[in-house]
Design a protein around this ligand. Structure first.
Ligand code: AKG
Ligand code: FE2
Length: 240
């Protein structure tokens, strides 16, 4: 049995004024790759508002299919979930959440994606994957994006799940529990810019209940001045 030195903290993000009087509870789930879970990042009332905004816009998750003769978006057979996308103008609750994610992570929100809200019914799942495209896809320039890659993921649970529905980091060997109002956070890329394949993860099937989760993906470009480069090419990720 491995022993890891994992801790729980009250997180102020180095004395961020917004967090000094209201620090965020954080639990380290794993140390390398560094994966943490923040608690009570969003209230129940805010969750209700987000679901209300998301519900009429939910559609079956799709993925990009790059075939010899066609490039099309198709329903993802492997990703059994409905999603919708909300931006900061969709409602004040979304803009406030975006700001809070910035305070907690210390990252800029200038090059983030819209908030993705996902709803998984019984049997809903998302098999293990990376949130970034593979090195191979990049070599083929398949998923190039003007804001760069998804440097980090902030995954918020908008519900509990009676049975199943955790997020399993299958290479690290650790899983996060869907606890309503909490958020799992990790870097998908090393400080060097290399992809951290140890972040391979998936949404376990929902066995009993109904799962709501929300992704805020943070892209590289806006973080040029927010995420320290390291002198060591092989430096590991640390969130704090
Ligand atoms: O819902 C989860 O637990 C994980 C979802 C996920 O990994 C994704 O949407 O990329
Ligand atoms: Fe993911």
């Amino acid at each position: 049995m491995w022993e890891r030195k994992l801790h729980c903290y009250l997180h102020t993000n180095n004395g961020n004024p917004w967090l000094m009087f209201n620090p965020v509870k954080v639990e380290e789930l794993w140390d390398s790759p560094h994966i943490v879970q923040f608690y009570d990042v969003i209230t129940s009332a805010e969750v209700d508002k987000i679901k209300k905004l998301a519900k009429p816009r939910l559609f079956r998750a799709i993925h990009f299919e790059d075939k010899e003769d066609s490039e099309v978006f198709q329903k993802a057979a492997y990703r059994i979930t409905k999603v919708s996308w909300l931006n900061d103008t969709s409602g004040p609750v979304i803009a406030k959440l975006t700001r809070r994610i910035s305070e907690i992570t210390g990252l800029s929100m200038n090059t983030t994606e819209e908030l993705q809200v996902a709803n998984y019914g019984v049997g809903g799942e998302y098999p293990p994957h990376l949130d970034v495209a593979s090195e191979d896809d990049h070599r083929k320039r398949m998923y190039d994006h003007p804001d760069g890659e998804r440097i980090a993921t902030f995954l918020i649970y908008l519900s509990e799940v009676e049975e199943g529905g955790g997020t399993a980091f299958v290479r690290a060997g650790v899983a996060a529990k869907p606890i309503k109002g909490s958020a799992v956070f990790w870097y998908n890329m090393y400080p060097s810019g290399d992809i951290d394949i140890r972040t391979f993860h998936g949404a376990c099937p929902v066995i009993i209940g109904n799962k709501w989760a929300s992704n805020k993906w943070i892209r590289e470009l806006g973080e040029s001045f927010h995420r320290q480069c390291k002198l060591d090419r092989n430096a590991d990720n640390r969130i704090f």
